[in-house]
Write a protein that binds this ligand. Structure first.
Ligand SMILES: [Zn+2]
Length: 107
């Protein structure tokens, strides 16, 4: 007796969804992308590595071993999110104003 084949539409399995999310995450995470632990706010800087976990400087987050854990709180890599330092502070509608303070304080 074979499995019933009704030609039903293909639904993504959990593994496929995870693979997509993983790909999406990798697209966002570059070799120099800093990653922040969303539990304790520890920031992994690839340029500095992580001496506590014997990670050499220059190691991209994606190259960290799967058993890497946050040195501060012990949560796994999945607790880390990209730290977007290019984002403009939404609380400041005037946008970045670098140089203005220097201009007004001059003289
Ligand atoms: Zn942490």
């Amino acid at each position: 007796m074979s499995e019933e084949d009704t030609g039903a539409p293909h639904f993504a399995t959990g593994a496929e969804v995870e693979a997509l999310l993983d790909k999406y995450a990798r697209d966002r995470v570059g070799a120099h992308t800093r990653m922040q632990c969303k539990v304790c706010w520890y920031v992994y800087n690839p340029d500095e590595g992580c001496p506590e976990e014997a990670i050499d400087p220059g190691t991209p987050f994606l190259d960290l071993p799967d058993d890497f854990v946050c040195p501060d709180c012990g949560h796994p890599k999945t607790a880390f999110l990209p730290l977007d330092d290019d984002q403009i502070d939404p609380s400041d509608p005037s946008g970045p104003a670098q140089g203005w303070s220097d201009r007004w304080e001059h003289g």
